[in-house]
Design a protein around this ligand. Structure first.
Ligand code: HEC
Ligand code: HEC
Length: 401
């Protein structure tokens, strides 16, 4: 605890520092600045430079002792606390390679600045070290934190801070790394990401080239092609069809012999390439609750089930008027439009009374997204071969029109 007399000397400077700090934090929340990645730290440094060169000299006599404490002790504590935000978890995330790369970057930048500074530019040792610390670590704050260690003179600190701030700002405009802003040298992080993607796409194309000339049937018997197909499936299809391809309600099982759109090589390839969109019209408004209930009873009777409510004969009539156009006179479906077979025990949307009632009353709209533009023809063929290898074989189950 500082004795009262000492505190009385310190508080004007501490108050000035705290006020500038609070102002910087407030300004840091201004959307225009925030959006440009200008953080309170940078703002505080600019505010400090402005104040130091305008109003501060007038109050320096009273404020200096407190400002010195803020600049040296408090700042060092701040830098340490800031460092703690780099938690063990961060280190865990980047891994020891990341820590090693960081350590190498920091050390080599510092050593290089020091060498270039003292040997070529003939700078004073302390100034070279301050500039080195500022460039290697986090900028102006690092300069200030290093000052007591290096025992730099105040004007050296100012030169080092100004250098770090000016060159840091310049580099923001040259290599901004601010998302998509191109910068004067045309480098952006997105751009770099795309270049890397193009490089890995080129590698993938080399791998795919060996399968290019082959038919789906050939690929289906080629173990290597099936391995590639399985990987493609895991990355592009499993989220809807399940990693085992057994499907989910609304997403068909691809391992059975029951095909909405047909199970020949051409049909499966066409499904994957162009996508599909099955449209089942809602009937509640047109046929009313009773009509729907009768249809549920009739549809379930087709696979041998009886339902307490609903009139099967009345349902049959409604079916013949409204449903056969798509599901066929025998209700065995139509692969041209993806209308399911309603006479078997395979249900796209589930076979419970509630699920079937919901399908009829509210309609359904299954969407299989087209893959040709995304993945290219060779990957589509590999996927078709993989899907066909899952055991379902060629056409069966659902009757063709
Ligand atoms: C966004 C979810 C989604 C993704 C991703 C998806 N599918 Fe589908 N797929 C569906 C739906 C929904 C259907 C049924 C379409 C319908 O009801 O008309 C379907 C239908 C199919 C069919 C037709 C099945 C049949 O019985 O005729 C095949 C084959 C198929 N998908 C393969 C794939 C492959 C291979 C991929 C990966 C490239 C894939 N799907 C990715 C949702 C998806
Ligand atoms: C315009 C063509 C069309 C008409 C008319 C039509 N459906 Fe459908 N229906 C479909 C299609 C396509 C699907 C599959 C929807 C999907 O893929 O999302 C389907 C799905 C269904 C399902 C769900 C099947 C399952 O496996 O989960 C039931 C039940 C059904 N229809 C019953 C009927 C009944 C009853 C009628 C007459 C009142 C009818 N449909 C009229 C095209 C039609």
């Amino acid at each position: 605890m500082p004795e009262p007399g000492r505190f009385a000397r310190l508080w004007p400077g501490l108050l000035v520092s705290a006020a500038l700090g609070a102002l910087a934090v407030l300004l840091g929340e201004v959307p225009v600045l925030e959006a440009r990645g200008i953080n309170p730290l940078t703002i505080a440094i600019i505010l400090g430079m402005l104040a130091g060169n305008s109003v501060y000299p007038a109050i320096a006599g009273r404020a200096e002792p407190g400002v010195v404490v803020a600049r040296q002790r408090l700042l060092r504590v701040g830098v340490v606390l800031y460092g703690f935000r780099l938690t063990l978890q961060d280190i865990d995330q980047v891994g020891w390679q990341g820590v090693l790369v960081d350590a190498l970057m920091v050390t080599s930048t510092f050593v290089l600045s020091y060498q270039v500074g003292t040997r070529w530019l003939r700078l004073d040792r302390a100034l070279a070290m301050l500039v080195g610390a500022g460039s290697a670590i986090c900028g102006a704050a690092a300069v200030l934190a290093a000052e007591p260690l290096v025992r730099g003179k105040p004007e050296q600190v100012s030169v080092a801070v100004a250098g770090v701030v000016i060159f840091g700002t310049l580099s923001m405009f040259l290599y901004p790394g601010l998302g998509n802003y191109a910068g004067r040298l045309g480098w952006t992080s997105i751009n770099q990401h795309e270049t890397q993607q193009r490089a890995s796409e080129a590698q993938a194309q080399q791998l795919l080239a060996q399968f290019a000339g082959k038919s789906v049937e050939d690929l289906r018997n080629d173990p290597q092609a099936l391995v590639v197909g399985r990987n493609l499936f895991a990355n592009n299809c499993a989220m809807c069809h399940g990693s085992d391809a057994h499907g989910n309600p609304g997403f068909p099982d691809l391992t059975d012999a029951d095909w909405l759109y047909g199970g020949s090589a051409e049909q499966v390839e066409a499904t994957i390439a162009g996508g599909r969109n099955g449209v089942m019209i809602p009937w509640q408004a047109a046929l009313g609750g009773d009509g729907v209930e009768n249809l549920v009873a009739y549809v379930l009777s087709l696979s041998g089930r009886t339902v307490p409510a609903g009139d099967v004969a009345a349902g049959k009539q409604l079916f013949e008027t409204n449903c056969v156009a798509c599901h066929g006179t025998d209700a065995r479906g139509n692969q041209a439009i993806g209308a399911p077979n309603l006479t078997d025990h395979t249900w796209l949307y589930g076979g419970s009374v509630d699920a079937v009632r919901a399908s009829i009353a509210n309609g359904r709209q299954g969407l299989m997204p087209a893959q040709l533009d995304r993945l290219g023809a060779v990957r589509v063929k590999l996927l078709a071969a993989y899907v066909l290898s899952l055991g379902a074989g060629a056409n069966s189950g659902t009757a063709s029109p």
